[in-house]
Design a protein around this ligand. Structure first.
Ligand code: GRF
Length: 184
């Protein structure tokens, strides 16, 4: 199976996934694509000799990302910190073959604008006793795709958005590669 990772930022999840599949017979990370030419995830891909592709929102919306994924014969698309709304044509091209990770326990803290630090700030403000991660299939309704996996971690009053982010990242790094392995 040929997997493509879409990411907009640092790519710590992408790194764990590339490392996990580096010697896999089951799947290979065939492409890392980003809408940010300076995203650190592209540096991480180079370290793993994974081909990269950058595109603008306009190009994505014009179908150029879909074209590239077809050219590369991609079977699965993994969203790992990808911050743009996926065009409907793209979600429809990969029915039940597009996976996203969300840094909270959906359906809580999902939807527009809830990404990165905003999520952890909202969890903190709500005084939640736990948070976690959600790995789900992506359909045209974004954060409402079928939930594949969730893991949670306890929180205390001492936790800050930064410490919450660290706990969530640890869960992501521990689980995302394995969950993908079980899916593809
Ligand atoms: C992760 O917290 C993920 O849940 C969210 O974006 C972040 C990406 O982090 N979608 P990284 O770029 O993988 O370090």
């Amino acid at each position: 199976k040929r997997l493509a990772i879409l990411a907009s930022g640092s790519g710590s999840n992408a790194e764990k996934i590339m490392a996990h599949f580096q010697h896999s017979a089951k799947a290979e990370i065939a492409l890392v694509a980003s809408n940010k030419p300076d995203a650190f995830v592209l540096e991480r891909a180079k370290k793993f000799n994974v081909p990269t592709f950058t595109f603008s929102r306009k190009e994505m919306d014009a179908g150029q990302l879909l074209e590239k994924l077809r050219e590369e014969k991609i079977d699965w698309v993994i969203l790992a910190g990808f911050l743009l709304k996926i065009p409907v044509a793209l979600t429809r091209a990969f029915p039940d073959r597009m996976v996203n990770i969300h840094p909270a326990l959906l359906p809580k803290y999902g939807g527009k604008g809830m990404y990165g630090a905003h999520v952890h700030e909202a969890v903190k403000a709500a005084g939640d006793k736990e948070t976690g991660i959600t790995i789900h299939l992506v359909n045209e309704h974004y954060d409402e795709g079928k939930i594949i996996f969730q893991a949670s971690t306890p929180l205390t009053e001492e936790d800050t958005p930064e410490s919450i982010a660290a706990k969530v990242h640890e869960l992501e790094h521990r689980h995302f590669p394995q969950v993908i392995e079980g899916l593809v």
